[in-house]
Design a protein. Structure first.
Length: 180
C-alpha cells in the first residue's frame, strides 16, 4: 500500500513538473512536422518526419501501419533503441480502448487492463490486438533515403537521429503529444 502511494506521488510530481513548464508536442501528420509548444506558442519546429505507411487516423488493429491520431503522453524513453532513441507513447489511450471494445477488437478484460493502467499512471499493455509500442524515434540503421521519400513506419513517428537528439531536450516522460 505504501509503495503504491509513493508511486502515485512520484507520477503526480513528475507530470506536474512537466506541466509547469507547459511544453507539449503537436504532430501534424499532413505537413509532416512536429511543433514544440509552450502553451499556445510554438518554440521549435521539426520538419521532415515520417509516419505510418498507411497514414494517420484511428488504428483498427496491430499491424495496420497507421499512426494513431489523438492525445497521448510520453510513457517511457529508450536511450538504446534500434532506432537510436525511442520515446514510447501511452498508446492505446482510454479512447482507443473504448473504440476497440465497441468494435469488438478487444475483450472486456483487455479493456479493463488498459483503463486500469491509465488510471494508475502506468503505460498500458503494449501487446493488445490494438497494437502497441508506438512512439517517436530516430532512424538508427534505417535508410535516410527511404525516410526522405516516403512514410515508412509501422505506426510510429520517425525523424533523423540528429532531430531526435534535438527533440530530446524538450521532452520527458509525461509530455503531452497531440497527433492530428
Amino acid at each position: 500500500m505504501l509503495r503504491r502511494f509513493f508511486l502515485f506521488i512520484c507520477i503526480f510530481w513528475s507530470i506536474n513538473a512537466i506541466a509547469r513548464d507547459g511544453i507539449w508536442l503537436l504532430v501534424d501528420t499532413n505537413a509532416l512536422k512536429i511543433e514544440v509548444k509552450r502553451g499556445e506558442q510554438t518554440v521549435d519546429i521539426i520538419e521532415g518526419i515520417a509516419i505510418g505507411q498507411s497514414g494517420a487516423g484511428q488504428k483498427s488493429h496491430r499491424g495496420d501501419n497507421i499512426t494513431p491520431a489523438g492525445e497521448y503522453r510520453i510513457g517511457w524513453a529508450g536511450e538504446r533503441s534500434t532506432f537510436h532513441r525511442f520515446f514510447g507513447l501511452n498508446y492505446p489511450s482510454t479512447q482507443d480502448a473504448e473504440n476497440g471494445l465497441r468494435k469488438g477488437i478487444i475483450d472486456r478484460y483487455t479493456y479493463a487492463d488498459i483503463m486500469n493502467a491509465h488510471m494508475s499512471g502506468h503505460v498500458p499493455p503494449q501487446n493488445t490486438p490494438l497494437g502497441g509500442r508506438v512512439g517517436i524515434h530516430g532512424l538508427g540503421s534505417a535508410s535516410l533515403k527511404i525516410h526522405q521519400s516516403m512514410n515508412w513506419t509501422h505506426g510510429c513517428i520517425a525523424m533523423t537521429d540528429k532531430q531526435i537528439d534535438h527533440l530530446s531536450q524538450w521532452i520527458n516522460t509525461g509530455t503531452l503529444v497531440k497527433i492530428k
